[in-house]
Structures are given as structure tokens and as C-alpha cells.
Design a protein around this ligand. Structure first.
Ligand code: COA
Length: 314
């Protein structure tokens, strides 16, 4: 049986840190309010000289090194982002150029904060069908460039960063399953308009998004467990999309998984959209919590609305 296995991960966070106290100097909010409602303490912010591509390239280099391959071995590039610098060329083509990766399919996936799970799902299908051997997947976001920094309801939530991984063909598992969903009838509760003339910002009905997120995350995570005939106790680590600690807590509670088994970075990174899962994954692999053979559950939701999960044997 041919599987798709994670062989290396990498990530990048901009140097500049914006704390809740810094934000309280900018809008009418407080560290206490943000911490209680979201669990966020700080977020990283791109420098003027950086962008989604430069962050993606740093994360990709670290993943390539961790996988002990050369950039020339990569035969597909998928970038998940909703803050691309160019409509075209795609971010994936720009990463390809920066890293001197030879001719191979390269494209972006746009499913907002679920983008990484969508990209992972596509990549593993190519590998399992013997149409690719080594896929570079990146989630990269400069959310600070699409945030209205005068709107306290949304500006407190987001941060910048990138996470990457190499998915390789292998005889051993591997991605066990992926599960995707979308419901465009909720297009108005969370959106970012593309406007060629004026700057547009993220628009969000926070309460509605919160409730729908818990509902769909719980459902799609349960689907992943059932599809693999696994119990919650079989999961070593949940690596969730990092939007809000209360969403994470409610979801794992409904799944009967203790919070101790959840990789939490939302306090340090805030919501980095499509970058949040690969960033959290890289942090927990590098600090030794996630080990080879562990069963991992990824789960995400975002604008669309979209959602997805993946069960992974690391
Ligand atoms: N600081 C202080 N007060 C704030 C505030 C802030 N940053 N933002 C909102 N408030 C106020 C509101 O104005 C409101 O005041 P009022 O009662 O006088 O009208 C009060 O706090 C409660 O607002 P509400 O929006 O009901 O709070 P909430 O408990 O729902 O928390 C979110 C707001 C945004 C933190 C929460 O809804 C959330 O996290 N939703 C999910 C968003 C998300 O994850 N989006 C990305 C999806 S990928």
C-alpha cells in the first residue's frame, strides 16, 4: 500500500511581537479581555520588508532540511494562503522560483483558515495515486495586512507566520484520512473582499462564527475518528486550527479528549489562518512532544465557511 507520510516540517515567525498591552494602546481593549475571551497573549507581525512569500520560503527551507531532501527532489508545490501578494503568479510559483525548484506543478489553494487541510488532502491524493513523490505544502499568511487595526472586535485575533511540511510517498502510514466540508450559504459571516482599488479588511460576525466553528469542528473530527475506527483515547495529539482557546476547549470537550493532549499555540501566535496548523505542528515536533508513531488529529475551520480534518500517523 502506498501512503503519504510527513517527512519534515518547518516554520517561520516574524521577529516583531505585538502584545495585548501594545494593542490596548491602539484600540479600546485590555489584556484581561483578550486573554479571557480568546486565550491570545501576543502575535507576530511581518516587517515592511517581508511578505507571505518570504515567510513561506523560510518555512519551506526548514522543512526541506528536516526531511533531509534537496529542493530539486520536490515534484509538487501547494501553498495555502488567503493573503497572497499576487493574484498571479501563484504564491507556489513564486516559492518555486525562490528555491530553484525545477519544473513541477505549483499552485495555491484558497480555503481561508481551512486552507492547509485542503492542501494536505490534495497532496496525499496525488501521492497515493503515484502521481507525485515529494510534495511541499505551505501555509503562509500576512493577516496583519488585511486587518482593520481600528476594529477591536477583529484586530485582536490575528497574527502572521508560515508553516511548511514535506509529504513523501512511503510504504508505512502516513495520512490515514482527510475530510473536507464547505457551506457557501454562510458566506456573509466571515469574509475578506478582493478589491483592486481600495484596501479591504476582514469582516466577521464573531459570535456566529464561534458557534458554527464548534459544531463543525466537533463533527468533522468525529468523522475522522469513525473513518479510522479509532477512539478518542487513541489520539496522542490534537493539532487544531488556532483561532480561540475557547473554541479549542469546547471542541475537544465534545470529543472527550483532555486539553493536555492538545497542541496550543494560540496564546503565542494568535490566529495565523492557513499557517496555524503547520506552525503548531512544527513547534510540537521540534520541542519533542510529537514523536514518530503518534496518532495526530488535525482540524480546522474558516471563511467560506469551510472546515476539515485529517488523521495522521506521524
Ligand atoms: N476589547 C474589549 N471589549 C470588546 C472587544 C475587545 N477587543 N471586542 C468586543 N468587545 C465588546 C463588544 O463591543 C461587546 O460589548 P457590548 O456587550 O457592550 O456590546 C462585548 O465585548 C461582547 O462582545 P461579543 O462579540 O459578544 O464577545 P464574544 O464573547 O463573542 O467574543 C470574539 C468576541 C470575537 C472573541 C469571539 O466571538 C470569537 O472568538 N469568535 C470567533 C472568531 C474567529 O475565530 N474568527 C476566525 C475564524 S477562522
Amino acid at each position: 500500500m502506498r501512503y503519504a507520510r510527513i517527512s519534515g516540517t518547518g516554520s517561520y515567525l516574524p521577529e516583531k511581537i505585538l502584545t495585548n498591552d501594545d494593542l490596548a494602546q491602539m484600540v479600546d481593549t485590555s489584556d484581561e479581555w483578550i486573554t479571557q475571551r480568546t486565550g491570545i497573549k501576543q502575535r507576530h507581525i511581518v516587517a515592511d520588508s517581508e511578505n507571505t512569500i518570504s515567510m513561506a520560503v523560510q518555512a519551506a527551507k526548514a522543512a526541506i532540511e528536516a526531511a533531509a531532501i534537496s529542493a530539486q527532489d520536490i515534484d509538487m508545490i501547494i501553498v495555502a494562503t488567503c493573503t497572497a501578494d499576487f493574484v498571479f503568479p501563484s504564491s507556489a510559483c513564486l516559492v518555486q522560483s525562490e528555491l530553484n525548484i525545477p519544473n513541477c506543478p505549483a499552485f495555491d489553494v484558497q480555503a481561508a483558515c481551512s486552507g492547509f487541510i485542503y492542501a494536505l488532502s490534495i497532496a496525499q491524493q496525488y501521492i497515493r495515486n503515484d502521481a507525485a513523490k515529494k510534495v511541499l505544502i505551505i501555509g503562509t499568511e500576512a493577516m496583519s495586512r488585511v486587518i482593520d487595526w481600528t476594529n477591536r472586535s477583529s484586530c485582536i485575533l490575528f497574527g502572521d507566520g508560515a508553516g511548511a511540511l514535506i509529504l513523501e510517498a512511503s510504504d508505512t502510514p502516513g495520512i490515514l484520512s482527510t475530510h473536507l466540508g464547505a457551506d457557501g450559504s454562510y458566506k456573509d459571516v466571515l469574509y475578506l473582499k478582493h478589491n483592486n482599488i481600495e484596501q479591504e479588511y476582514v469582516s466577521m460576525q464573531g459570535n456566529t462564527v464561534f458557534k458554527l466553528a464548534v459544531k463543525w469542528l466537533s463533527e468533522v473530527a468525529e468523522t475522522a475518528l469513525n473513518a479510522n475506527k479509532l477512539q478518542p483515547s487513541d489520539i496522542n495529539w490534537v493539532v487544531p486550527h488556532q483561532a480561540n482557546i475557547r473554541i479549542i476547549q469546547s471542541t475537544v470537550k465534545s470529543l472527550d479528549i483532555p486539553l493536555e493532549k492538545v497542541i496550543v499555540t494560540v496564546d503565542q501566535h494568535a490566529n495565523t489562518s492557513a499557517a496555524s496548523i503547520p506552525l503548531a505542528l512544527d513547534v510540537a515536533i521540534r520541542d519533542g512532544r510529537i514523536r514518530r508513531g503518534d496518532n495526530l488529529l488535525f482540524e480546522a475551520f474558516g471563511g467560506g465557511l469551510t472546515w476539515g480534518s485529517a488523521l495522521v500517523r506521524y
